[in-house]
Design a protein around this ligand. Structure first.
Ligand SMILES: CC(C)(COP(=O)(O)OP(=O)(O)OC[C@H]1O[C@@H](n2cnc3c(N)ncnc32)[C@H](O)[C@@H]1OP(=O)(O)O)[C@@H](O)C(=O)NCCC(=O)NCCS
Length: 151
């Protein structure tokens, strides 16, 4: 198993994984995001077994925090710990490049119970809920993870 930055020719494989499980409303933004990631304009990683991509994660710095933008694991490989491996690789990469950062954030649909339990299992805590944020009448939950800076 390898974790690395994706390259341009892996774009379609990543989009296939995202289309399996993420709402259609998000598709156009996700295509643009994956374009930026494979072009090296935004941070992101893929988890691979040989040439097969099993998972994808992307993030962005915003002011003094980092937002985990998208995470997805190929359906048949879910619930095997790959999501958690992607989050810990993201933590390592993001904090190495941004040593001043103390908070990581993520936003997800409030009805996405599986995603919320997943983020909580990675140490994120719910910090609030916002209505009409990305989609009218669809509340979003915000979760944060404070990084322990003790050395
Ligand atoms: C969310 C997602 C990335 C999790 O990846 P994963 O590889 O299945 O997660 P892991 O196997 O590392 O799970 C870690 C923990 O998260 C929690 N979790 C994961 N899937 C869960 C589910 N379906 N229901 C409840 N808890 C879940 C569990 O606590 C799990 O630990 P356990 O298996 O020891 O009980 C994956 O389900 C996915 O790709 N979903 C579709 C895309 C998506 O919704 N992304 C998030 C919004 S961008």
């Amino acid at each position: 198993m390898k974790i690395q930055r994706p390259c341009t020719k892996e774009k379609e494989q990543i989009l296939e994984i995202l289309k399996e499980d993420i709402g259609k409303e998000y598709l156009e933004d996700m295509v643009n995001e994956v374009d930026r990631v494979v072009e090296g304009k935004q941070d992101g990683l893929v988890l691979k077994e040989g040439k097969e991509i099993l998972g994808y994660i992307s993030w962005q710095r915003k002011i003094k925090t980092i937002y985990l933008e998208t995470i997805a694991v190929k359906k048949e490989f879910q619930r095997k710990g790959y999501g958690r491996i992607l989050v810990s690789s993201f933590l390592e990469h993001a904090t190495r490049k941004n040593p001043d950062i103390e908070v990581l954030n993520v936003i997800t649909d409030a009805d996405a119970k599986k995603a919320i339990s997943f983020y909580q299992s990675c140490g994120f805590q719910v910090s609030g809920s916002v209505n009409n944020e990305f989609i009218p009448d669809t509340p979003q939950v915000h979760l944060s993870l404070k990084i322990n800076k003790q050395k």
